[in-house]
Design a protein. Structure first.
Length: 258
């Protein structure tokens, strides 16, 4: 398993060398998950600038976190659904320019839906999911779906039924503060389909992205259950100072993996 750290696009464009200094730890290099959280910025940059960024990052293993703010793939309002799919397609095209072979996207399921509305949302979502996965394959990118507000496993079952090769990103922080069930439940259910991890800590009350060890998440359970998954990359979603604070805990928990 190879470790990475998330980086917002704007920081990478400002000064890559300065913002990537914390990726060198104890003689090892953390890869980069480029986070496209600012769609206005993402769209304001020309291809030449992205190609230069790709050259700046060529020594690092890359993945891309696709946009997520305000997106809703299963929205009843078709304009919002169309915009959401188009935005994710733009992000997938940037993966190819940057040379990233893996992209992470939220399912975009709203936090609150009635049972009837959830079923209708799911049907609209699945149609766009299939389209996005085809688009990702066309650009040589593996698309991983990240858990967010799902409080049960039904949506994941529907996604797998539609495409048995669906891949998932397990966000352990989201399980703790949103799903609120034991992380082994989703690991046992999705198993080898989990190919990517997002690691950060919280107190179970909110998605705080605290340093590893500051909250209540039992990361030893993740390590114990790694054989049940097919994880090849894990991303620490931490700011630079929080990553530095986490290093002793990361070394203790993951041991020889670091």
């Amino acid at each position: 398993m190879r470790f990475m750290v998330f980086e917002k696009l704007r920081y990478l464009l400002e000064d890559p060398a300065r913002h990537l200094a914390h990726h060198q730890v104890n003689g090892r290099t953390f890869g980069i998950e480029v986070t496209l959280n600012d769609t206005s910025l993402m769209r304001s940059i020309d291809d030449a600038t992205y190609r230069q960024l790709a050259r700046d990052l060529k020594e690092y293993e890359l993945s891309v976190h696709l946009p997520f703010y305000g997106l809703n793939l299963g929205c009843f309002d078709r304009w919002i659904g169309d915009y959401s799919e188009r935005t994710l397609r733009e992000g997938l095209q940037l993966c190819e320019i940057l040379g990233a072979q893996k992209a992470v996207t939220h399912t975009t399921v709203p936090a609150l839906l009635s049972d009837d509305s959830r079923l209708k949302w799911l049907n609209r979502f699945l149609a766009r999911k299939e389209s996005l996965e085809m688009h990702a394959r066309a650009h040589g990118v593996a698309l991983c779906w990240e858990n967010t507000y799902e409080t049960d496993l039904a949506i994941f079952d529907a996604m797998i039924a539609q495409n048995h090769e669906t891949q998932f990103c397990l966000d352990v922080g989201h399980i703790a503060c949103f799903a609120k069930y034991p992380v082994v439940r989703i690991i046992d259910h999705l198993g080898h389909r989990i190919t990517h991890l997002h690691l950060h800590d919280n107190d179970g009350a909110d998605d705080r992205h605290w340093p590893i060890g500051k909250g209540t998440i039992d990361f030893s359970t993740i390590v114990t259950n790694l054989p049940a998954m097919k994880v090849d990359t894990a991303v620490f979603e931490l700011e630079p100072n929080d990553l530095r604070e986490s290093i002793p805990q990361i070394e203790r928990i993951f041991g020889t993996s670091l």
